[in-house]
Design a protein around this ligand. Structure first.
Ligand code: SAM
Length: 276
């Protein structure tokens, strides 16, 4: 879908785009092809798309031979999508808020690939919700604010490293990414954008029964990232338990959350709450 086709369609429908829904539509064919290539879409793949908008990425996914489950919140876009792509046998279109829908209808996503140009206001929560689902997708390929992509890719000790990095690292490893110029969207967003693929780890960093404790430890640890970790955890855990875990981990007394890798957090959980 070219920019002029997009403009004509919006004019014909008398549709004013909604900023709060992150409606910056991608019209650049080259970038759409790069997203499909990054997601490594093969004929027969099952793709979950959140926020199809006017459908340019949906169309590219269908063309690449994927079947698509697309969830769109804006009711005004549903008849347009149905008219444009509704006859395609591989498309299932759902009108819903994706965050609500994912929570309401949990399913086995393990064979699925998420491919989406996510609304920036809910991009991180959508990725975290999917990553924390019991059977998360094979891969997550998402266009996001470049600043969020930097946080996902961040390494310990950098300012970008934090809660989002570690929550996603529990089940995923960041793969390749690339920047998308603002001029490729209509209207051009005020912030820089990038597309990243995250690949599901063969094994998550923590066993499923330990996942809630891992998430709660990490959330607590990053709630005051500038403070010493031991001070942050004090109050929640007995002092002796913290002391013995610190010794077992070989941590300096003043260690901070922002310096610990996701793998180290998983080991710290075992030191704090030994299995069985
Ligand atoms: N995929 C299209 C494209 O690439 O041009 C549109 C992407 S646009 C950045 C984000 C889309 O997500 C919009 O169509 C918006 O209406 C939709 N959206 C916003 N919040 C949503 C939510 N919570 N659930 C589902 N869709 C949402």
């Amino acid at each position: 879908m070219t920019l002029s086709e997009m403009r004509l369609l919006l004019d014909a429908e008398n549709l004013r785009l909604t900023r709060s829904l992150g409606q910056n539509f991608l019209h650049d064919g080259n970038q759409l092809r790069r997203i499909i290539a990054l997601a490594e879409i093969q004929p027969g793949d099952a793709a979950l798309e959140i926020g199809p908008g006017l459908g340019p990425l949906t169309e590219a996914l269908l063309l690449a031979g994927a079947s698509v489950l697309a969830i769109e919140k804006d009711h005004r876009l549903i008849p347009i999508l149905q008219r444009r792509l509704g006859t395609q046998p591989g498309l299932e279109l759902i009108h819903a808020d994706a965050l609500d829908w994912l929570a309401q209808f949990p399913r086995d996503w393990s064979r699925w690939k998420l491919v989406a140009n996510l609304p920036y206001s809910v991009g991180s929560p959508i990725l975290v919700d999917l990553a924390q689902s019991p059977q998360p997708p094979k891969s997550l390929t998402a266009t996001l604010q470049a600043e969020v992509v930097d946080r996902i890719r961040a390494t310990p000790g950098t300012p970008e490293y934090g809660l989002l990095t570690v929550l996603l690292a529990e089940a995923y490893q960041p793969g390749p990414s690339f920047r998308i110029p603002a001029s490729c969207f209509f209207p051009a967003p005020d912030v820089a954008s990038a597309c990243i693929r995250l690949d599901r780890r063969p094994q998550p960093l923590v066993a499923p029964d330990r996942a809630p404790a891992f998430r709660s430890l990490v959330k607590r640890a990053f709630s005051q990232r500038r403070k010493q970790l031991r001070t942050v955890l004090r109050g929640q855990l007995p002092d002796e338990r913290l002391a013995s875990a610190w010794q077992r981990m070989g941590f300096a007394p003043d260690v901070r959350a922002e310096t610990l890798s996701p793998e180290t957090f998983a080991q710290l959980l075992d030191a704090l709450e030994p299995r069985g």
